[in-house]
Design a protein around this ligand. Structure first.
Ligand code: 5AD
Ligand code: SF4
Length: 475
């Protein structure tokens, strides 16, 4: 486990590079610098990317979509599976070339690695890719301006500390224009970290122990978002339904209800949940709160009780099905989604068959399946009888096929029905607008962009590969 933690602040002590010239200082003073954040992984990283931009805005940084224009490139990384980590190092190779090209044109580029790879690998990143100037873990984003300035003066700054202060108290609130530019839906972090220690998972090490934000602070953030035009918020956390912020009575339910009451907010969602934390108050909110959308992402990981125990999930397949039944009693039309891992150490063909059986029993609207990926420092990585990759690949494709059948069935069942859609943006073709159904399906219709930000009734007429097609319903 110790492999995950680096000394609090390490400065490799490198001297400022030749690119630290006077021009850069002048640009800084004029506040014309640009930042590009490239995010990988979960919704938390999407939220964090916006927070980093907000923190840097007072230093004169504005966001650019084009990495080649950026004076500061931040890779906001994911460490959950090995492939996610490798993607980051291959991207860093490209960013290094970009930095060299810009240097040849007399421009300075600061490269920062943030997110969970930063937290897990720390100074190792500087050893593997010398072009990196700054490594910053998710608990230090409120210090980003200072860290970027230090890295510009002396590259090789590492901050993967777990500070004692509440980082949310020190994060800059976004300006109303920034909120508007980001659209009518928004993520809001309400809880961070995880104490569950599933035996395959790095999250408890990279994001630390569970911390919940006080209810009043979350609601104040949502009020600011709503005042700037946000209509839907998704409350996020690695273990969001373990939320126990001050003022919330130990449940996510009261926070969801209060969120739904914020003027302007039409829709509320939350993710990601653990089956053990689906408490009565939360389930009751699904029955009683129309703004709480009928979609639940509830990872089960496996249908085999032996595998679930080895995963340290602390629930059985039957427990999961019982939770699903309770939720469905409260909200019969709820769409369910899940995560699965195939090829966990020791998983037999019969145990994999139990996963398929669970999927058939529950029926999901969508789900994600992953091959087990050993992560250094987690207990499962040390387990004997690791499953061969071709076996994992075979199970993954069989499970994905079943999930895809269920997804298509779920989508097909909506054709001919009328659902409410929150329109979020222009559609793929001129004259089209795109939004989401209550069940989180993408929906495209012919309609005016003035409907963006509005909820309207749509008659679903057909299915595309990744979205539904519909017509605005009259009346
Ligand atoms: N290998 C494969 N999948 C993993 N996940 C988490 N850790 C691993 C791992 N080591 C999956 C789980 C989790 C999702 C976010 O990623 O299914 O719910
Ligand atoms: Fe990882 Fe989720 Fe398990 Fe926490 S509950 S350890 S985040 S898989």
């Amino acid at each position: 486990m110790t492999a995950f933690f680096e000394p609090a602040r390490v400065n490799a002590g490198r001297l400022p590079g030749p690119e630290q010239n006077m021009e850069e200082t002048a640009a800084t003073a004029a506040g014309r610098r640009k930042v590009h954040v490239k995010s990988y992984g979960c919704q938390m990283n999407v939220y964090d990317a916006d927070r980093m931009v907000d923190v840097l805005a007072p230093q004169g940084f504005s966001e650019t979509e084009r990495m080649e224009d950026a004076d500061l490139v931040i890779l906001n990384t994911c460490h959950i599976r090995e492939r996610a980590t490798e993607k980051v190092f291959s991207e860093l190779g490209k960013v290094r070339l970009l930095k060299a090209r810009r240097a040849a044109a007399g421009k300075t580029t600061t490269i920062a690695v943030a997110g969970c790879v930063a937290q897990a690998e720390g100074a190792e990143i500087l050893r593997r890719q010398a072009a990196v100037d700054l490594v910053v873990g998710p608990q230090s984003y409120h210090r980003l301006s200072d860290l970027v300035a230090r890295a510009a003066a002396a590259p090789g700054v590492v901050d993967t500390d777990f500070p004692t202060e509440d980082k949310f108290d020190h994060l800059a609130p976004p300006a109303p224009e920034a909120i508007r530019a980001r659209g009518v839906t928004s993520f809001v972090t309400v809880q961070e970290g995880c104490d569950k220690f599933c035996s395959f998972c790095v999250v408890p090490y990279t994001r630390g122990a569970e911390v919940s934000r006080p209810l009043v602070k979350v609601i104040a953030e949502i009020e600011r978002l709503a005042a700037a035009g946000v209509r839907e918020v998704t409350l996020i956390g690695q273990n969001v339904n373990a939320y126990h912020g001050a003022g919330a009575n130990g449940s996510l339910g009261p926070l969801l209800r209060q969120t739904a009451r914020v003027p302007g907010i039409a829709r509320v969602r939350y993710t990601t949940s653990h089956p053990r934390d689906m408490d009565e108050e939360l389930i009751a909110a699904h029955a009683e709160e129309p703004a709480l959308m009928p979609f639940l992402h509830l990872p089960v990981q496996s249908g085999s009780d032996r595998v679930l125990a080895a995963m340290n999930r602390r629930h059985s397949g039957a427990d999961y099905i019982a939770v699903v039944e309770r939720v469905r009693r409260a909200r019969p039309d709820i769409a369910l989604s899940s995560d699965f891992i195939v090829g966990f150490p020791g998983e037999t063909e019969a145990e994999f068959g139990e996963t398929l059986a669970l999927v058939r029993a529950v029926r999901f609207a969508s789900a994600y399946a992953f091959k087990y990926s050993p992560r250094a420092g987690t207990p499962a990585a040390e387990m004997a009888d690791q499953v061969a990759d071709d076996c994992k690949r075979d199970r993954l494709s069989r499970l994905q096929q079943l999930i895809e059948e269920q997804r298509l069935d779920f989508n097909r069942a909506l054709v001919g029905r009328t659902v409410e859609v929150l329109f979020e943006k222009s559609g793929r073709h001129p004259g089209q607008i795109a939004g989401k159904s209550p069940y989180l399906q993408a929906v495209q219709v012919a309609g005016p962009t003035t409907l963006i930000g509005e909820v309207a009734k749509v008659a679903i007429t057909g299915l595309g590969a990744n979205s539904l097609f519909g017509q605005l319903a009259v009346g």
